[in-house]
Design a binder for this molecule. Structure first.
Ligand SMILES: [Zn+2]
Length: 254
């Protein structure tokens, strides 16, 4: 695992953008075409979206996990109330333990309750996210012990994930997780699918948000985009559309 260095910012207001719906529906259809959805052990919905990649939806939030021979890698953004069911859903797919939990950013709504995996997992985040989570002192959100500034890789069971800091956008410590072998990208909270970005939260950085999206467009190859809210999946087109929207909104024209 490498530790490099980097930098970023935050925004927030949910709007519905006419015209995004049809594109999002098409992209969701593409992803759903590969899916097999079944009832989860509790209130959520478990969907196999790629060969070894699963989505778990619970109410308005989603989280993801990847199964390897060495264990499971999972992400935020499951709600605290959904985490027991999420853990049970993982156990319904594999008896392998969760080895890594990746926090995309520090916000409490996405990390509270993740202690549920602490018996087997290590926690990963951007350096600034770990500091903010530590400062909050909420024991139900373990402080990551694996941190980085710019880029790092996680290897488990012969599978490799690339984690990148993408600059400030919806937070000042946002990272994305790319699974190159499946062309799968997890980008939580700052690339809405079939919606508008939340630009009015205090921890948002509209100008740098545009820059971070442009960086993803230039540098990351993926077909399936996963985010933390519903509808949960899109494509790289959602990155471009979000960039155009944030740029317009930050100029006061939305
Ligand atoms: Zn957030």
């Amino acid at each position: 695992m490498g530790h490099l260095g980097g930098t970023v910012t935050r925004i927030g207001t949910l709007l519905l953008l006419t015209g995004w719906g049809s594109i999002a529906a098409q992209t969701a259809g593409t992803a759903t075409g590969q899916s097999k959805q079944k009832a989860s052990p509790a209130a959520g919905a478990l969907t196999k979206i790629l060969e070894d990649v699963y989505e778990y939806r619970y109410g308005a939030v989603s989280a993801w996990f990847i199964v390897t021979d060495g264990g499971v890698i999972t992400t935020d953004h499951m709600a605290e109330s959904g985490l027991p069911a999420f853990k049970a859903a993982i156990a319904s797919v594999t008896d392998k333990p969760v080895r890594y939990v990746i926090y995309s950013h520090d916000h409490a709504d996405g990390v509270t309750g993740y202690r549920i995996f602490a018996d087997t997992a290590k926690y990963v985040s951007h350096t600034r996210a770990a500091a903010k989570i530590a400062a909050r002192g909420n024991a139900s959100a373990p402080v990551p012990t694996i941190t980085f500034d710019d880029h790092m890789q996680i290897e488990l069971g012969g599978k490799v994930l690339d984690l990148y800091y993408v600059g400030r956008n919806h937070a000042d410590n946002m990272i994305v997780t790319l699974y190159p072998a499946r062309r799968f990208l997890v980008a939580i909270d700052f690339v809405p699918v079939n919606g508008l970005p939340r630009l009015s939260i205090e921890d948002s950085y509209p100008d740098e948000w545009v820059t971070s999206l442009a960086w993803i467009e230039r540098n990351l190859d993926f077909d399936v985009l996963a985010q933390g809210h519903t509808p949960a999946r899109g494509t790289n087109e959602n990155v471009t559309r979000t960039r155009e929207c944030v740029r317009t909104a930050s100029r006061g024209k939305c």
